[in-house]
Ligand binder design. Structure first.
Ligand SMILES: [Zn+2]
Length: 81
């Protein structure tokens, strides 16, 4: 009689596959950025970006990025009136 006893699996079955909806990555604060051209909220992880004046800006699209790069000064430093 071979008694296996309490065999504790080191790997849970769920760990064998990639769990896409695992909330671990959600623990990292994903700060959303705002497209300086049109004001849309964008995800910095996927959005196109450009650096101007040591600041990185994120854009909703390459079109907005192109507009920004063409004339960054008109999109930054213009706070209010
Ligand atoms: Zn935009």
């Amino acid at each position: 009689m071979t008694s296996v006893g309490r065999l504790t699996p080191r790997f849970s079955p769920a760990a064998t596959g990639y769990t896409e909806e695992h909330p671990t990555k959600g623990m990292i604060m994903t700060e959303l950025a705002q497209c300086p051209v049109c004001g849309m909220t964008v995800d910095p992880q996927t959005a196109p970006s450009a650096t101007y004046d040591a600041q990185t800006y994120y854009f909703c699209s390459d079109g907005c990025r192109d507009q920004f790069v063409a004339d960054p000064a008109s999109y930054v430093g213009n706070t209010g009136s």
